[in-house]
Design a binder for this molecule. Structure first.
Ligand SMILES: Nc1nc2c(ncn2[C@@H]2O[C@H](COP(=O)(O)OP(=O)(O)OP(=O)(O)O)[C@@H](O)[C@H]2O)c(=O)[nH]1
Ligand SMILES: [Zn+2]
Length: 203
């Protein structure tokens, strides 16, 4: 018997037509021969890869969280650290990647641990700048859990600073977003910042 569909939402199979054509034009603009064997499937491959890297636009928070919010009396710091992420900078569409560290102070309920990573990915898989990515993750955790405070630190290396432009191989960027009690409570801020791993140079 066929598996029962999970919802009545129609399954849309993307055909990547427009993005494949865009990649064809982009490759042609280099003077390359699109018919040579190595490149024949490259436009569709690149289109599929780009769709993957930007899939966060098509995810819903409800699906990502999947009701994994659980009652708890624990109100102390929960720190989920070293969540690796890959994103694309919105200025050059080149990758930036690194790790996110998320701390929060629960207020009667806690979020399933994997959901922190899923929320990071949902916002990272878009065209982004690192500062906004950090804020969006923090705000979403606050909205979903109703926590007392949330702090996000992200350490990342930006390919647009490494492969081109200023060509700096060792520079990394730390962005921070703090909400709720973390805004004014220096003791809570310091507890979180002391617990966050120190960032190593990119190489
Ligand atoms: N604040 C911030 N800037 C970013 C991020 N990703 C890329 N950028 C910067 O966006 C800026 C765009 O600057 P522009 O002068 O318009 O572009 P550009 O001529 O390509 O700049 P260069 O990279 O300096 O060659 C650069 O300074 C990038 O380093 C990010 O996540 N946050
Ligand atoms: Zn960039």
């Amino acid at each position: 018997m066929a598996a029962k569909p999970m919802s009545n939402t129609p399954i849309i199979t993307p055909d990547y037509k427009e993005s494949t054509e865009s990649y064809r034009q982009l490759i042609e603009s280099t003077g390359e021969d699109l018919d040579r064997p190595g490149l024949q499937d490259t436009p569709i491959r690149a289109a599929k890869a780009f769709a993957h890297l930007t899939q966060g636009y098509h995810q819903s928070l409800d699906e990502v969280v999947n009701d994994a919010v659980f009652p708890s009396t624990n109100r102390e710091l929960v720190l989920v650290q070293n969540i690796e992420f890959y994103s694309l900078c919105e200025h050059h569409m080149l990758p930036f990647h690194g790790v996110a560290h998320i701390g929060y102070l629960p207020n009667g309920q806690v979020l399933g641990l994997s959901k922190f990573a899923r929320i990071v990915d949902m916002f990272a898989r878009r065209l982004q700048i690192q500062e906004n990515l950090s804020e969006q993750v923090a705000q979403t955790i606050m909205d979903v859990t109703g926590c007392r405070g949330v702090a996000v630190v992200m350490d990342a290396s930006h390919m647009c600073m490494m492969m081109r432009g200023v060509n700096k191989q060792h520079s990394t960027t730390r962005s921070t977003a703090m909400l709720g009690e973390y805004v004014h409570d220096n003791q809570a801020r310091n507890e979180f910042l002391d617990a966050v791993p120190k960032r190593q140079p990119a190489f």
